[in-house]
Design a protein around this ligand. Structure first.
Ligand code: F6R
Length: 609
């Protein structure tokens, strides 16, 4: 994880670096640091969030127009100032920031020690810094040679930005399996782990590939391959809006992003529905290829995995295609059985999640077609998948996903509907009904936000003191309860579990006591009564029950509080019930006074195993 930034241009670097880091803090916030070159390179670092570094720098005059910065999610070594980046080689020749993990760093330490290098930190990054210095001095062939020799010597993942003392007008970068984009405008060149960090300055970016390096001068970026040969690249324009990466009056990014859902869900649907038909042409998958699919394997992590669980119910029920869903970190080591008619669907907001990327590569190695549902254009998963379906959530800053999740859900509905049609499991009338209904979802999400937010805030404020919560449902209601439970626990630190409600009595029900919070989700007509019976079981053991159901349902015999969502097609209820679940997680956390956008121990883009 971690976030890196860099700037080389005509403006003061410190402001651009700190601003960029503030947009990347979601990637890690254990410590932060910058290196600014005026005549010499000066390094400043602080433990903890970026505000500590800002405080440290506020009275300093830093006129340098070239610099690099870092916000850390600790992997090697505790989060303290010594381990914070930038790291500097023994005699100050090389200064470097790094996002990723160097797996063979122990072995490299021994190599460096044999050459009298002394390390001051516990990080793998300091090892990398000195290794570049070692090759630079040994072969005396300049930065690109030293960086390329280092790239072939280290194992692991990295996006690095490097300043050499001897090359005052240049920043050097390289990457393998960790994200990085490079921007350019009339005032200079920029680098960052993610688009929001530079969006304010430029929308023109280059995508640097794996095992490539680049040199950023004030007015020019030159790319190199591993042989040191120049590589030509085109500037690409990013479509994201600058305001999307700002809070715009909201107290937190999470609530802003929850409120953006009607708009981004609409955009995503509009990109997939053309003239009242699902249109997958932009993804690259054809009708012939869909016809061949005999089995689907959905692979993802965290919330994206929960989208997969929802989608698996729909692919099976609607398109009658056997569908498995797996957690990417399990899939990649499971030796999955895939055949040539399996389609592997990878779901990822960032497109950089290490396990999801590895799962994609595993599937491709097995000769199986892959389709990725991804939010970040040009990300590794997007570039490597055979077919790519972009969600249009825009930049998601809050660590807990909300709007990207909702766009992934509708993207998976569109796939399921089209697959069902191609496989002739859906008549034209039902197909049209589904299209009409999917297009209504943005309005229905909007009406939940408009009509229910205050009530949910009120309900949630009662639960800031609880220690445990349970989320239960059946079928798609169970699938979405997984997400509700994660939303609560990851931001509020309240222990919570999601259960298929029929499974409770096989053990977990013994945890229910007076006032244990149980959130029941009951939107699925065919199994509604069964879920209510399970809620009666917990209620009679003392639980405080909140029911999320659809308008017209009577749940008064079991609910202490009821949250009604509008009616929709049975497959689409997760898109509606997730909104109150997100709001519950958000408002309980706010009531506890916690930093909802940056929960402890987490980072948004998980680029380590
Ligand atoms: C939870 C959350 C995570 C991500 C997971 C996968 O709110 O955001 O569980 O869903 O880390 O990330 P992506 O989608 O970027 O692969």
């Amino acid at each position: 994880m971690c976030g890196i930034v860099g700037y080389n241009g005509n403006k003061k670097a410190v402001d651009i670096l700190l601003d960029g880091l503030s947009k990347l803090e979601y990637r890690g916030y254990d410590s932060a640091g910058v290196a600014i070159r005026d005549k010499e390179i000066e390094v400043f670092k602080s433990k903890g969030k970026l505000t500590n570094l800002k405080d440290k720098l506020k009275d300093k005059v830093l006129n340098g127009t070239c610099g690099i910065g870092h916000t850390r999610w600790a992997t090697h070594g505790e989060p303290n100032e010594t381990n914070a980046h930038p790291h500097v080689s023994n005699d100050g020749n090389v200064t470097l920031v790094h996002n990723g993990i160097i797996e063979n760093y122990q072995e490299l330490i021994q190599k460096l020690e044999r050459h009298d290098y002394k390390l001051y930190s516990e990080t793998d990054t300091e090892v990398l810094t000195n290794l570049i210095d070692y090759y630079y001095k040994k072969y005396k062939m300049g930065p690109i040679d030293a960086i390329n020799r280092t790239m072939v010597r280290v194992r692991g993942s990295y996006a690095i930005a490097v300043m050499f003392r001897d090359y005052p007008d240049e920043i050097w970068v390289a990457r393998k399996d960790s994200p990085m984009i490079i921007g350019q405008d009339k005032d200079g060149t920029y680098l960052a782990s993610d688009v929001p960090a530079i969006l304010k300055y430029t929308k023109n970016v280059y995508y640097i590939d794996n095992m490539e390096a680049a040199c950023l001068k004030k007015d020019k970026v030159t790319f190199y391959d591993l042989n040191g040969d120049e590589v030509t690249k085109e500037l690409k324009e990013i479509k994201w809006d600058v305001s999307a990466a700002e809070k715009e009056g909201y107290e937190h990014f999470m609530i802003k992003e929850i409120n953006e859902q009607p708009e981004v869900v609409k955009k995503t649907i509009n990109s997939l529905v053309n003239d009242n038909k699902i249109d997958l042409s932009k993804t690259g998958i054809t009708e012939d290829e869909i016809k061949k699919i005999k089995e689907i394997y959905i692979v993802a992590c965290g919330s994206a995995y929960h989208v997969g669980v929802c989608a698996s119910y729909i692919f099976e029920d609607l398109a009658r295609i056997p569908t498995r869903v797996d957690i990417a970190s399990e899939f990649r080591y499971r030796k999955p059985i895939l055949n040539k008619n399996t389609l592997v669907i990878i779901i990822s907001q960032s497109g950089e999640t290490a396990d999801s990327l590895a799962a994609l590569r595993e599937a491709k190695n097995m000769g199986v077609k892959t389709l990725a549902i991804v939010n970040v254009v040009g990300s590794s998963i997007a570039r490597e998948a055979d077919y790519i379906l972009y969600t249009l959530a825009g930049p998601e800053i809050a660590v807990a996903t909300t709007k990207a999740f909702s766009t992934q859900l509708v993207a998976s509905y569109a796939l399921a509907i089209e697959f069902a049609k191609v496989k002739k499991k859906l008549n034209n009338k039902s197909y049209q009904e589904l299209i009409t209904e999917i297009k209504e979802l943005p309005n229905k999400i909007d009406s939940i936000l408009k009509n229910l937010t205050t009530e949910i805030q009120k309900i949630s404020s009662k639960f800031s003191g609880i220690k445990d919560a349970f989320y239960i449902g059946r079928g798609l209601d169970y699938a979405i309860s997984l997400e509700g439970s994660l939303k609560l626990k990851e931001v509020s630190y309240i222990h919570s579990e999601a259960y298929a409600s029929g499974e409770l009595k096989h053990g977990t029900i013994s945890l229910i006591e007076d006032n244990t919070l149980v959130i029941g989700i009951a939107t699925q007509e065919e199994i509604f009564e069964k879920t209510i019976s399970n809620l009666v079981e917990v209620k009679s053991r003392g639980a405080y029950v909140i029911v999320i159901t659809n308008e017209g349902k009577d749940v008064s015999k079991v609910a202490n509080d009821t949250i009604y969502v509008p009616n929709t097609n049975k497959y689409f209820f997760p898109s509606l019930s997730v909104v109150p679940l997100q709001l519950i997680g958000y408002y309980i956390t706010v009531a506890k006074g916690l930093d909802v956008d940056k929960p402890r121990n987490l980072a948004k883009s998980v680029t380590v195993e």
